[in-house]
Ligand binder design. Structure first.
Ligand SMILES: [Zn+2]
Length: 131
């Protein structure tokens, strides 16, 4: 099954566009859909991923407008995406801190930010009242 095997207005399968489900192309909907389209945010079968990804207009658009910023092709498998993602493991505990760069959470965020003096006063009062 591939593009054009079904009519353009074919009914949607319930798993259309889902990972491992039916191809997101309405006139295809072949299974399994194992290629994620970073443009349409849906899953496609290998044939359609190639057709769409290799289409000269689509490919130029992606390579010019998206690839330089995102650093990956328009279509990827789950394995390809996982391989790009830094993974923290017991053997590589530094990976998480590498991934979240200092300042990435905003300049004001700090894990050791002291409480304000007015908050300290309120907490002290509350403690006195509670005892
Ligand atoms: Zn397809």
């Amino acid at each position: 099954m591939a593009f054009g095997d079904l009519p353009l207005d074919a009914p949607h399968k319930p798993n259309k566009g889902m990972e491992g489900g039916a191809c997101n192309r309405q006139s295809c909907q072949a299974e399994p859909a194992l290629w994620w389209n970073h443009g349409s945010h849906s899953w496609y079968c290998a044939d359609c991923a190639r057709d769409i990804g290799e289409d000269i207009v689509n490919r130029r658009d992606w390579e010019y407008n998206f690839q330089p910023r995102l650093g990956h092709p328009m279509f990827e498998t789950r394995e390809q995406m996982d391989a790009r993602r830094p993974v923290q493991t017991p053997e590589r505990p530094e990976m998480l801190t590498d991934y979240i760069k200092p300042g990435a959470l905003g300049p004001k965020w700090s894990p050791r930010k002291p409480k304000s003096s007015s908050l300290e006063r309120l907490l002290r009062k509350a403690k006195v009242r509670a005892s």
